[in-house]
Design a binder for this molecule. Structure first.
Ligand SMILES: Cc1ncc(COP(=O)(O)O)c(C=O)c1O
Length: 377
């Protein structure tokens, strides 16, 4: 049982037993379906855990030079890379960290493909199967006019010389049944190209570690896909699923104000700076020990961040007992994406980062001060 009194505030704290559970499940999928699962660093890049992650996953996928370098240096393997466009000034260095590079357009392929191939890198192109069940446009790569990936008409009957892979990413926190319908769309539009390539990267958004995800259905789907295209190495690159429900953000009540009849607890954190995806998506984060929706008759609070942004709050939540200044408020499931997107908006100090170890001790990995704020400016 995690002992929050041993953990600083605010702090992102990961429980390594929970991460291991996710990784074990992913390893099972890899073995049963004969595929490779790599970790999307854009969603989970807490590299202090990579010694554990690399025992289970096949590597990492990166969307920038810095992520590719992090994967190479900390995961110890060359990364699969995809970016909508590459910088000429960075490409040589990027190649030194990459095993596979996916290009978003034929122009990008023409510009960089030959050099990449000459450096032993397997090249692919990103396709847009024009099928996605993602309801939030912000996360839907198939919206009209999407710049991400090529529609079928942008590719000819034969893939350009040297293209060895296709990459498709159209899922976000989806289940295997959505993947099944997505595979149908890929085969309908790009099926004739699949025998021409060596690998198919099915992107991220496969939330296989979420309770209720039908793992056996996923395995069956992937095995059937392999039967239809025995030439294909199949790769999945989830980020969320790696860090799903593996940890928390701790915080402390600094003040409680009566804001025109609403009790607002001000915390030593900020939704805008530390949990930006809650405002961007948006979604109401879970708080341990709180009723997620207000309950009539119970003490009810709105939580405000310590910036001066009017919209930097979430609520309302109810509790069995009234809150006191100094109480600890723990946000659940704050490891994937949240930590990656943290900023020092308004000069707010960054949360520390730590791990609650399987032997019931807390290890502080990092804390941040003025230099971390200044370094980004
Ligand atoms: C190309 C690509 N691959 C993988 C991912 C990881 O997705 P998720 O964290 O939802 O599994 C993303 C997320 O945006 C992505 O754009």
């Amino acid at each position: 049982m995690i002992d929050f009194s041993k953990i600083p505030s605010p702090c992102y704290v990961l429980e390594d037993s929970l991460l291991r559970k996710n990784l074990e499940l992913m390893q099972y999928v890899q073995q049963q379906a004969d595929i490779e699962i790599i970790c999307a660093l854009k969603g989970f890049s807490m590299y202090s855990t990579f010694p554990l992650v690399k025992q289970y996953l096949a590597g990492s996928t990166a969307s920038s030079l810095h992520e590719a370098r992090l994967g190479f240096e900390e995961m110890g393997s060359k990364a699969h890379v995809y970016s909508p466009a590459y910088l000429e000034s960075e490409f040589d260095e990027l190649m030194s960290y990459s095993s596979n590079i996916t290009f978003n357009s034929l122009k990008q392929l023409e510009k960089f493909g030959a050099t990449a191939r000459a450096n032993g890198i397997s090249c692919g192109v990103r396709i847009n199967p024009q099928y996605s069940e993602v309801e939030t446009d912000m996360y839907n790569p198939c919206i009209a006019g999407s710049r991400l990936g090529m529609t079928r008409d942008a590719l000819g009957q034969r893939l350009p010389e040297g293209v060895e892979g296709l990459h498709s990413h159209t899922l976000c926190e989806n289940d295997s049944f959505t993947l099944e319908r997505t595979l149908n769309a890929i085969e309908e539009r790009f099926g004739d190209l699949l025998p021409q390539v060596k690998w198919l990267n099915l992107g991220g958004g496969h939330l296989m570690t979420k309770e209720g995800y039908n793992i056996e259905h996923l395995i069956g789907l992937l095995r059937n896909l392999k039967k239809r295209y025995p030439n294909l190495a199949i790769i999945m690159e989830p980020g969320s699923a790696v860090g799903w429900k593996t940890g928390y953000l701790t915080s402390t009540v600094l003040d409680i104000v009566d804001a025109q009849g609403i009790d607002v607890a001000i915390l030593d954190m900020s939704f805008a700076a530390h949990l930006p995806d809650t405002l961007e998506m948006p979604y109401k984060p879970k708080i341990l020990g709180a009723y997620h929706e207000p309950v009539e008759g119970k003490p009810t609070y709105r939580f405000g961040g310590m910036t001066c942004l009017a919209g930097d709050f979430y609520g309302d939540y109810s509790f069995d007992k009234p809150l006191q200044i100094g109480d600890s408020i723990v946000f659940d499931d704050m490891i994937h994406y949240t930590m990656v997107k943290t900023t020092t908006f308004n000069g707010v100090g960054l949360p520390s980062i730590g791990i609650w170890r399987e032997n019931e001790t807390f290890e502080l990995i990092k804390s941040f001060g003025y230099e971390s704020f200044k370094d980004r400016l």
